[in-house]
Design a protein around this ligand. Structure first.
Ligand SMILES: [Zn+2]
Ligand SMILES: [Zn+2]
Length: 324
């Protein structure tokens, strides 16, 4: 099969990569579309020391199932990206994303979706309703990560919430928080991306114009950079909450004394629940259409990666449906 392979240094488009075979209770999925994410760009810089097929945001069709649930064959699915061992205490509690033995699709020890086929455990799959397009469905995983914020933090309608970072996750987080009725401000560096948020009635600010008056009960740090937390500490209210969303290859030392003195709650936040994300896409409560920067056929995947590295790009998709 055709696949993008990262050898630890460079990305290659390969024609004869070995097609994976589903193990017991796994599905073989033909990828329809996949999204390039900030985490993929971090992997290219050495995040997690990953080698193999990257990619974790996708929609596909189940071609074959090994074990039960053959009714999934032919269905369009999206998938949670953490693969737990299935037997430890954390997995038993449904916290596979914290399983110490876990692998993660296209991120750690498991080939991802920048390939024509991928295998995944059946328990990771969610069927996509017919009203959700392939393009929309690719956003399920990052949208679920945005919904994780409201799973973790009680956002009151009177709260002033600042989302730092106008990348895809920041934009999605702002939309999800706005649904809940909070006063949301999105701060970023890129005028074109802030304009996308304003189209969706989100108040925006250039990050350099943020006043250091510490006005925000909740700050979501989604800048994708190691220094975002320092900005967050500048603007969060005493006894406020900072939700940390950036996973970056670069490690940076940060002075946290201010967090102690101001009794700031720091909440690490990663992958989130798929059902509210799928429901928000199906109902149209979250419109991801404006976030789509470009779609490339898979044969032009390397070009797509160049595009995704441009500052204005929000989301670049790879399309496997054409040219098969
Ligand atoms: Zn992602
Ligand atoms: Zn486990």
């Amino acid at each position: 099969m055709r696949a993008l392979f990262f050898d630890g240094l460079v990305l290659h488009l390969i024609d004869n990569y070995q097609q994976p075979q589903p193990e017991e209770n796994e599905a073989l999925i033909r990828v329809l579309m996949a999204g390039i994410c900030g985490t993929d760009m971090e992997i290219m810089k050495g995040y997690k020391g990953f080698k193999g097929v990257p990619g974790h945001e996708f929609v596909g069709v189940v071609e074959k199932v090994s074990g039960g649930y053959s009714n999934l064959v032919g269905k369009r699915v999206v998938a949670e990206i953490n693969l737990g061992c299935g037997v430890c205490e954390l997995c038993a509690r449904g916290q596979e994303k914290h399983c110490p033995e876990r692998t993660a699709l296209g991120i750690s020890d498991k080939d991802g979706v920048f390939a024509e086929y991928v295998t995944l455990p059946l328990r990771n799959l969610w069927e996509v309703p017919s009203g959700v397009t392939d393009e929309q469905a690719v956003f399920t995983e990052p949208l679920a990560a945005a919904f994780e914020i409201v799973e973790q933090v009680h956002v009151k309608p009177t709260d002033r919430v600042l989302v730092l970072g106008d990348g895809k996750l920041g934009l999605l987080a702002a939309l999800v928080l706005a649904i809940g009725g909070a006063n949301v401000v999105l701060a970023g560096k890129h005028e074109e991306k802030l304009a996308i948020a304003r189209q969706q009635r989100i108040v925006t600010k250039k990050v350099e114009k943020l006043s250091k008056k510490r006005a925000y009960e909740i700050v979501v740090e989604a800048t994708g950079s190691a220094s975002g937390i320092e900005v967050a500490l500048d603007v969060v209210r005493p006894q406020g909450t900072i939700v940390l969303k950036s996973t970056v290859a670069e490690e940076k030392s940060i002075g946290l004394t201010r967090a102690v003195v101001d009794e700031v709650t720091l909440v690490g936040s990663r992958c989130g629940p798929f059902p509210p994300a799928i429901a928000a896409l199906a109902s149209g409560r979250v419109d991801v259409g404006p976030f789509l920067s470009a779609v490339y056929p898979f044969s032009e995947a390397l070009k797509a990666f160049e595009k995704a590295s441009e500052k204005e790009a929000v989301k670049v998709l790879l399309d496997f449906r054409k040219g098969r």
